[in-house]
Design a binder for this molecule. Structure first.
Ligand code: 13P
Ligand code: SF4
Length: 301
C-alpha cells in the first residue's frame, strides 16, 4: 500500500483531519484536508468536529489547536519541528513593561509558546494584526515576539505607542533588500509581494504586504503575470496551482524554513498509526493561553 493510501485509511480509522501550513512540503499540502495561513488554520482547529487533528506545521500551531480544542487529540508528525521565534520573548521584560505603562496591551504574535501566550492580552497573526491592534482601546502596545511584524503594524497605526521586542524569523530576515532589488532588475514587470516578517527595508520595496494567504490571494487576483515572492517558498505550491499561467521568482536560495520542512508523508502516516506525538499542556497553562487566542478569534473575525 502506498503511504498516501495508508494515510487515507488511518484518517478514517482515527476520525482525523489533517491541517497543513503553506510552508510544509508540497506532497504534505497535497494530502491535507485544510491548507492555509496561521489565522485560517486556528479557526479550523477551533471549529472542526473530528476527534483528532494532525497538524502539519510547527509546535506553536499544534499547541494553539490544543488550546482551542482541548477535547481533541492533537498530533504532530514531528515534535522537533519548532519555530525559533516562538521562544524569543522574555517574561521578566513583559512584567517590566506592565509596571512601566499602566495602559499596556501585550500583543502576542501567534508564533509564540503557550507559556508566552499566558502572559499576553491578545494574540494576532500576520493577517489580522492590524485590525486587532487598531481595535484595542490601549495606547501602549508591547508587541512580542516579532520585531518586524510589530514595526510594520506600528507604521500603519501612528496614534499608538509601540514597544518592540527583538524576536525575528531567520527565514524572512535573510531576505535582503539588495537581493529583492536584483530580482526586480532581472524581472522589471514583476510585482513584489512581501510577508511582514521581513525587515523594513524589504517591506519598503513591496507592492503588497501580507500573510501567506494574502500573498496568494493578491497574486491570483492581480492582472500582472510575474511576481517576486518574499516569504518561505512553500507558498509556491498553491501559487502555481491557482495560477498556472503566471511566473513566480524567489530572491535567493535561503527561503526555506527547516522546521516546516521536517514534516514528511512518512511521519504523517507514523503519527496516525501510532497515535504518537500528542500535544499535552498543563490545564492551567491551556486555560490562561486560551484567553488571548479566543480574543483574537473574536476581534479578528
Ligand atoms: P502566516 O501563514 O500567518 O502568514 O504565517 C507565516 C509564518 O511564519 C508561519 O510560521
Ligand atoms: Fe518560524 Fe519563520 Fe519558520 Fe515561520 S518561517 S515557522 S516564523 S522560522
Amino acid at each position: 500500500m502506498s503511504t498516501i493510501d495508508k494515510i487515507k485509511e488511518l484518517k478514517e480509522q482515527r476520525d482525523a483531519v489533517i491541517l497543513a501550513h503553506y510552508y510544509v512540503n508540497d506532497e504534505v499540502q497535497a494530502i491535507a484536508d485544510y491548507v492555509g495561513d496561521s489565522f485560517y488554520l486556528s479557526k479550523i482547529a477551533a471549529k472542526e468536529d473530528a476527534k483528532t487533528i494532525l497538524f502539519c506545521g510547527v509546535s506553536f500551531m499544534g499547541e494553539s489547536a490544543k488550546i482551542l480544542s482541548p477535547q481533541k487529540t492533537v498530533l504532530m508528525p514531528d515534535m522537533q519541528a519548532d519555530c525559533p521565534m516562538a521562544h524569543m520573548a522574555d517574561i521578566v521584560k513583559i512584567q517590566e513593561m506592565r509596571d512601566k505603562y499602566e495602559d499596556l496591551a501585550v500583543v502576542c504574535y501567534i508564533n509564540s509558546t503557550a507559556r508566552l501566550k499566558t502572559y499576553s492580552d491578545v494574540c494576532v497573526t500576520s493577517s489580522n494584526a492590524l485590525k486587532i491592534v487598531q481595535a484595542l482601546p490601549n495606547e501602549h502596545i508591547y508587541f512580542i515576539p516579532d520585531e518586524n511584524l510589530g514595526r510594520y503594524i506600528a507604521s500603519r497605526l501612528p496614534d499608538k505607542h509601540f514597544i518592540f521586542n527583538d524576536g525575528f524569523c531567520h527565514v524572512h530576515t535573510d531576505i535582503s533588500a539588495e537581493n529583492v532589488k536584483n530580482a526586480k532588475e532581472a524581472h522589471p514587470q514583476a510585482r513584489i509581494l512581501v510577508h511582514p516578517e521581513c525587515t523594513p527595508d524589504v517591506t519598503a520595496l513591496a507592492d503588497y504586504i501580507g500573510s501567506t494567504s494574502g500573498i496568494i490571494d493578491f497574486a491570483t487576483a492581480n492582472e500582472a503575470k510575474e511576481f517576486i515572492i518574499c516569504t518561505e517558498m512553500g507558498v509556491l505550491y498553491e501559487l502555481k496551482h491557482k495560477n498556472p499561467g503566471k511566473r513566480f521568482y524567489s530572491v535567493g536560495n535561503h527561503q526555506f524554513c527547516p522546521n516546516m520542512k521536517r514534516i514528511t508523508l512518512e511521519k504523517v502516516a507514523d503519527a496516525l498509526e501510532q497515535m504518537s506525538n500528542t500535544i499535552e499542556l498543563e490545564e492551567d497553562v491551556r486555560v490562561r493561553a486560551s484567553k488571548p487566542l479566543e480574543r483574537m478569534l473574536e476581534l479578528g473575525s
